[in-house]
Unconditional design. Structure first.
Length: 225
């Protein structure tokens, strides 16, 4: 049986995606080769500073949004959020992060790094953690290179993927998939060739139940429900 294909859309700067990473890891542990998760990015914070200043103008601005993120984080023991999140450092855009991460993903795809090291996933997590716990401005290219160096990734090879335009092509593909599947929320999981969608803060058991139903009733087979 072919593995169930899952599209996973997230934004690096989204606290809900930061929270949801543990669920993604658990899915991979539980289902192993029965699922294939393809990670893509949705630019919820593509224009981060302006968006937050406008949407939270009547609710305390950036400080109000910071308070909101901290209140959300308090409900989850597995993550840490800096008390000055979004106020002392406000990245301009998550798109810069997504481009850089796609460049790292290309290294993995091309075999320029060890595939079993899962460098793309490690880098994505490192970006999230650096922002939420250390207030690193991960939209800044210098900061991105710093994280890559900490992960011992080849900087010149990453630059080559960006300079060639290939990383931009990967990012553009994300934009096309976002439009195709009408993705507006981070994180979003798409199953069953686009027929099932789970948006936002969805609990692990709900995600697991959707996958088990698809395993029990493979795509193409009739189901009374």
């Amino acid at each position: 049986m072919e593995p169930i294909r899952i599209f996973y859309f997230s934004d690096v700067l989204c606290v809900w995606a930061y929270i949801a990473q543990i669920r993604l890891d658990e899915l991979k542990t539980t289902f192993e080769d029965k699922i294939a998760i393809a990670q893509h990015f949705v630019p919820v914070f593509g224009v981060a500073r302006e968006k937050l200043e406008n949407r939270w103008r009547d609710r305390g601005g950036l400080q109000g949004y910071s308070d909101h993120v901290q209140e959300v984080a308090k409900k989850f023991d597995h993550i840490t959020v800096h008390p000055d999140i979004w106020t002392h450092v406000t990245p301009f855009s998550s798109t810069s992060c997504h481009l850089f991460l796609h460049a790292i993903q290309l290294l993995e795809t091309k075999g320029l790094v060890e595939r079993n090291q899962q460098v793309f996933e490690k880098a994505t997590w490192a970006f999230r953690e650096a922002f939420f716990t250390k207030l690193a401005d991960v939209s800044d290219r210098k900061v991105q290179f710093g994280i890559a160096e900490e992960l011992k990734l080849p900087i010149a090879a990453i630059e080559a993927q960006i300079d060639s335009g290939e990383a931009y092509a990967q990012l553009s593909q994300d934009f096309e998939l976002v439009k195709e599947h009408t993705v507006t929320v981070s994180p979003t999981l798409i199953f069953n060739e686009g027929r099932q969608k789970l948006n936002g803060n969805v609990g692990y058991r709900v995600i697991e139940a959707n996958i088990r139903e698809l395993l029990h009733n493979p795509s193409g087979e009739q189901s009374w429900c």
